[in-house]
Design a protein around this ligand. Structure first.
Ligand code: AMP
Ligand code: MG
Length: 421
């Protein structure tokens, strides 16, 4: 009997396009304190209601002067002027009278009439009849050491676009506009569960007492951490046994109260793989099996509930497959669901410092790390079960299907730092 002809696997880019299309419309919005908005996605454009900085201010500790008063200063013939006021940060001075200078500190507003700051290191002080006098030995450039109002942001300018993810710098910028609250996407509610009767939770059985065939559940730990970094509210539903009814029950229950269901394992073609039929019984699969290595048995679809449907994403059980399909597919999906406009990952062209003589039919993601020479080294064991590769490596080479690599060639590199979080 001829084996059933195999359906061609779906290219990764097509799978990603399907996921991104399904992640629209984005989740509803909510208002949060800017303080708590790290990693949240903006759903409003941020427009500045003021200049930043709000007024011209000194970028040095020194003396605010009128350049015209110092026009004749020379190294051997200083101009000596009285210090008429002292302006510290947070305090406004008064207009600077011609023929006087003001002591000024970093961040303090430049008094009206002053057109340069001379740094204190270039000024010698003296006293005449109780009046502090300052000696200047050169002519400052107009505008020296003055930070102009609006130099960072001008009033009315858009500083951050809708769909931008907040990070530390973005939070600071939002705060500099006076914004105490931001409109962001509601956190995705994600139900996470692992499948596999062989799985044991660390802490429940010590290593020396592990029964034959048992392994510790590692996927649960990194998937949970990856989800949390993406701003998700994670319901960790534990381990579902490899039984059809248990899988159906777990999926159906999770769909009621979650936007997304994420599973690991049980999504291949074996008799012990119950995820696919369970999803098909409760909803539908939009795609299954992708032409990537590692990570072929990835599934995407939806699970219906009384008033709609939850998105379903099924990851392979092998830890590296699980990890790679998460960062390449689930991550962009979850970002788009929160309204992120650009979900792509930066790609660098770096020289391979290794050979890969054997091509694969699938697009490959090789765990590599950058060396001190700016090249990439390959982790020796690229098996989908070897999680050490993802710890040793600092990123992956994205190798098109059917291609080999000769040392020295430039390859596409994506850093884990950009793929995680
Ligand atoms: P599966 O996709 O269920 O066929 O699992 C493929 C391989 O990944 C098997 O060797 C499993 O034991 C392993 N595996 C599945 N789930 C996990 C997990 N949560 N942690 C570690 N290994 C897993
Ligand atoms: Mg399994």
């Amino acid at each position: 009997m001829n084996p059933t002809p195999r359906k061609p696997l779906m290219p990764l880019d097509d799978a990603l396009a399907t996921l991104l299309a399904a992640a629209s419309p984005a989740l509803p919005t909510e208002q949060v304190a800017t303080f708590d908005a790290d990693r949240r996605v903006l759903r409003q454009a941020l427009v500045s209601a003021l200049h930043v900085p709000p007024q011209d201010n000194s970028s040095m500790d020194g003396y605010a002067v009128r350049c015209a008063d110092l026009a004749h200063a020379l190294p051997d013939r200083p101009v000596v002027l009285p210090v008429s006021q002292r302006i510290a940060a947070g305090h406004a001075g008064v207009a600077l009278q011609p023929g006087t200078v003001a002591r000024i500190f970093t961040g303090a507003p430049v008094p009206e009439g002053a057109d340069a700051i001379v740094m204190q290191e270039d000024v010698v002080l003296s006293e005449e009849n109780g009046q502090v006098m300052a000696q200047f030995r050169m002519v400052p450039k107009a505008g020296a050491w003055i930070r102009l109002a609006g130099e960072d942001v001008t009033r009315g300018a858009q500083v951050l676009a809708c769909g931008r993810r907040m990070g530390p710098a973005e939070l600071g910028l939002a705060a500099s506009l006076g914004l105490a609250e931001l409109v962001v996407s509601r956190r995705p509610r994600v139900a996470l569960f692992s499948t596999g009767d062989e799985l044991v939770m660390p802490g429940t059985v010590p290593p020396e007492a592990m029964p034959p065939g048992a392994i510790y559940n590692s996927n649960r730990f990194f998937l949970r951490a990856l989800l949390q970094r993406l701003g998700c509210e994670v319901s960790d539903l534990g381990i579902v046994p490899d039984r059809r009814e248990a899988t159906v029950a777990a999926l159906a229950a999770a769909a009621q109260t979650h936007d997304v269901i994420l599973t690991s394992g049980g999504v291949s073609v074996g008799e012990e793989d119950h995820i696919k039929p369970a999803v098909e019984a409760l909803g539908s699969l939009a795609l299954w099996q992708i032409a990537m290595k590692p990570g072929k048995p990835f599934a995407f679809g939806s699970v219906r509930h009384a008033s709609g449907a939850a998105h379903f994403l099924g990851l392979p059980g092998n830890p590296v497959s699980s990890f790679m399909t998460f960062v390449l597919l689930v991550r962009p999906f979850l970002l788009k669901l929160q309204g992120v406009t650009d979900t792509s990952c930066p790609v660098l062209a770096l020289p391979a410092h290794f050979d890969l003589p054997k091509a694969d039919k699938r697009r490959e993601f090789l765990r590599v790390r950058r060396n001190a020479q700016g090249g990439l080294e390959l982790f020796a064991n690229q098996s989908s079960g070897v999680l050490t590769s993802a710890v040793w490596g600092d990123g992956v080479v994205d190798l098109p299907a059917g291609q080999t690599i000769a040392a020295g060639e430039r390859v596409r590199y994506m850093a884990f730092a950009d793929l995680i979080g």
